[in-house]
Ligand binder design. Structure first.
Ligand SMILES: *Cc1c(COP(=O)(O)O)cnc(C)c1O
Length: 247
């Protein structure tokens, strides 16, 4: 099993992952200092999609326990072989027919953007006799290419999902536009932070807004300055992804 997965995600690193990791952690610390925030309030999620378990193990050995994946099958395969104390984060667009494979196994689903999907998560959570923590994904810049509910519809979606008693909404997630200058995303991060404050003030039953999942390799320090509590960093830790032999 281990061998299969290593062969499947074959690309190898020619650098020390732990050096990358420590650099990212230092950058997070510096951003926390600038924003007068506690380092412990920001969780680094190592986004390991397309990378072999060998590479995940390398940073597991450095103490990382939060891993993010965007494909159900890949996540499940890696779960099988990696240590059981890892918290797995589903960060990619989730099809309803795949929900059954991950409910009860993921620590947080970041990418819930419709009531339809939430209802399937509820159904599977009942079946597995568990509850499921989720974030509502907001398409903060209104980009056509991106999943996520619109800023305008976010509150009513949260209110609807809140009625599903096997789901707990923990906060919001966004994928900001791909930009050269991370400063260009600062306003979007401010907007979603404000949205989460607005939702929190409504005191909706079964909803907390403690988690704000935003910021990727290109912009995580700006995201932290604007209130991110989870940053999702892939390239900055594992290097560029190679999709050339993706199936
Ligand atoms: C791939 C991915 C990331 C990580 O992107 P990097 O730019 O490599 O850090 C973060 N969030 C989501 C939703 C992703 O799909």
């Amino acid at each position: 099993m281990v061998i299969n997965i290593i062969e499947k995600y074959t690309e190898r690193a020619d650098f020390m992952l732990k050096d990358n990791l420590h650099q990212v952690q230092q950058n997070i610390k510096a951003a926390c200092d600038r924003a007068h925030r506690n380092y412990s309030d920001v969780t680094l999620i190592a986004v390991s999609k397309t990378k072999p378990v060998e590479m995940l193990s390398e940073i597991y050995d450095e103490g990382i326990r939060e891993f993010g994946e965007n494909k159900v099958q890949e996540m499940c395969e890696k779960m099988e072989v990696m240590p059981k104390d890892i918290h797995w984060h589903m960060i990619g667009h989730l099809q309803t027919n795949k929900v059954k494979y991950i409910v009860g196994k993921t620590s947080l689903i970041h990418s819930v953007d419709s009531l339809h999907l939430a209802k399937e998560i509820q159904k599977q959570a009942i079946k597995h006799d568990c509850s499921c923590d989720i974030l509502v994904e907001v398409n903060i810049a209104g980009e056509e290419s991106k999943f996520g509910t619109s800023q305008d519809e976010a509150i009513s979606l949260v209110e609807e999902i809140a009625k599903l008693d096997h789901i707990h909404i923990k906060g919001l997630m966004t994928i900001a536009p791909f930009v050269d200058d991370p400063e260009d995303n600062r306003q979007y991060f401010r907007d979603i932070k404000q949205l989460s404050v607005d939702i929190a003030q409504k005191n909706i039953d079964n909803v907390s807004m403690n988690v704000l999942s935003m910021g990727m390799t290109g912009d995580y320090t700006v995201a932290i300055e604007e209130g991110a509590t989870m940053v999702r960093v892939g390239t900055g830790i594992f290097g560029e992804r190679d999709y050339s032999n993706a199936n």
